[in-house]
Design a binder for this molecule. Sequence first.
Ligand code: FAD
Length: 612
Amino acid sequence: MQTHQYDVVIVGAGGAGMRAALESSARVRTAVISKLFPTRSHTGAAQGGMCAALANVEEDNWEWHTFDTVKGGDYLVDQDAAEVMAKEAIDAVLDLEKMGLPFNRTPEGRIDQRRFGGHTRNHGEAAVRRSCYAADRTGHMILQTLYQQCVKNDVEFFNEFYVLDLLVDHDLATGDVPEGEEVNASGVVAYELATGEIHVFQAKAVVFATGGAGKIYKTTSNAHTLTGDGMALAYRRGIPLEDMEFFQFHPTGLAGLGILLSEAARGEGGILRNSEGERFMERYAPTIKDLAPRDIVARSMANEVREGRGAGPNKDYVLLDLTHLEPAHIDAKLPDITEFARTYLGIEPYTEPVPVYPTAHYAMGGIPTNIEGEVLRNATDVIKGLYAAGEVACVSVHGSNRLGTNSLLDINVFGKRAGKAAAAYAATAPFVELPPNPATRVEAELETIRTRPDGDRVADIRRALQETMDANAQVFRTSESLTQALDDIKALRKRYGAVSVQDKTRTFNTDLLEAVELGFLLDIAETVVVGALNREESRGGHFREDFPDRDDSRFMQHTMAYRRPVAAGAADVAVPGSDAAFRRAEAFDGYQVVLGAKPVTVTRYQPMERKY
Ligand SMILES: Cc1cc2nc3c(=O)[nH]c(=O)nc-3n(C[C@H](O)[C@H](O)[C@H](O)COP(=O)(O)OP(=O)(O)OC[C@H]3O[C@@H](n4cnc5c(N)ncnc54)[C@H](O)[C@@H]3O)c2cc1C
């Protein structure tokens, strides 16, 4: 075992992690730990763009952007956070431009902008051009640009190191940390893929920037590595996860595959059609049609299929029509995604419409933070020295449904803020003592799995999990389907207790790491389903057929899911900030998931009915 000491340790080298690293490394000794080589992070797969009210091509301002974000999130957005993001968006784009990011340009040489779902002029009047982009490779350019800057600034990377535990001085999951007791982060434990060696990193401040968890679903746009590690590690230490029931299904995944075709396709003029050739979004969102927010478009598509107007031999998808666009325009603005259609479906988008269907895309929920990126242990109190930013976090700027291009923005704005705050804290704070034998828990877990002679296969349990999530916790949900998912997850947890791997070696054992990641997926899935069962309303990305309306009287609150020891019942578990609608406890083997509430911050915009 090796030990290291840094002022700030950042876990994750995607956009959020590297943006944080640029701030932090300029001030204090900083290490970035990443299970992937930095430029392989999922940020690099982002296509469509990053929004900011630059008003380069049309009138626009940050106040309209704030409003669109709040309305897009179906009013579950914390409005103070959305306002910060929309205001700081402009500098976030200009920062990247100064770092050398090759944005597409207008003929006058300004950063070009295009339309994206839910971004409007004057509070919903018409779609506005707000997304800055580099063809359909915006995330790739962001990641490369940030990595170059990190190299230039001598940021220290530990690549292909998997963080498998968060170290704190009081483990909230034990349930016996008194309210008001200060809780401090003291570091992380990581596993080095190449050698199998364990590394303990002591740090004054830890920043989680580990990205999303799309792999709980089978049909997803997310990379294989998006297994919710950071969320699960926090949750296992008793830190709540916020709003996990809200998962975004992106309308245009390649049918049957889930590979993403960016919303930029519709931003550039693409149209969705059903088997009758009808532009059906005119019925669901008469004003902005195909550029309605993703939750609405995904649900409308699923509904067309349900009502028998799906295309194809099994009538199980709809069509994205780009055939009316000039091939030269497609080549200039959408080169990669049209190539995906050719490669994976054998479709020529110049002349044929592309089969598409919703695909699991983005976790709106995550580790709760305030606008400085500090992690919350309940509705109000922070954990000292712990920060989170990017898709792993819930600030909450996306509420119950994120607008397209707001995530590349989120990772830049809140990555920067978290990096700054962590460095400022570490500049004066002392190191917190590590717990005795900090690596024992991780070593024991890894050895148990690695040496188990035989048992259940990782791939079998993972497939079963993904299938039940696709079948029962997708675009449409009911009490019945969610109960089925919950029962399945409980059964899969039992099987996971006997999981084994075929590779018994200690070096480059990705088999072993996939087993550990499967444990994270089960944690995340359970919070999604328990939260979804409890939320007896429909809002944003969470649609309950048995409760089709939004219910602000009971549910205009964030969900906080806490892992706690087995106790007598929900009412006996003290959850600060919880109220009646959220008093729910779900027993699992050896622990329970307890739900509490957190108020939504409303500043300028009172909740209204959401129409487009
Ligand atoms: C196909 C696709 C297209 C998208 N297009 C857009 C778009 O056009 N516009 C937009 O705004 N958003 C888009 N998004 C969403 C957006 O790209 C992501 O939400 C965002 O990039 C996430 O950034 P991140 O830094 O939080 O995480 P990531 O970029 O996913 O990085 C996570 C990092 O954490 C590390 N990590 C994870 N677990 C561990 C661990 N246990 N130990 C050590 N390291 C770990 C990984 O190595 C990685 O470096 C898209 C997403 C997808 C999947």
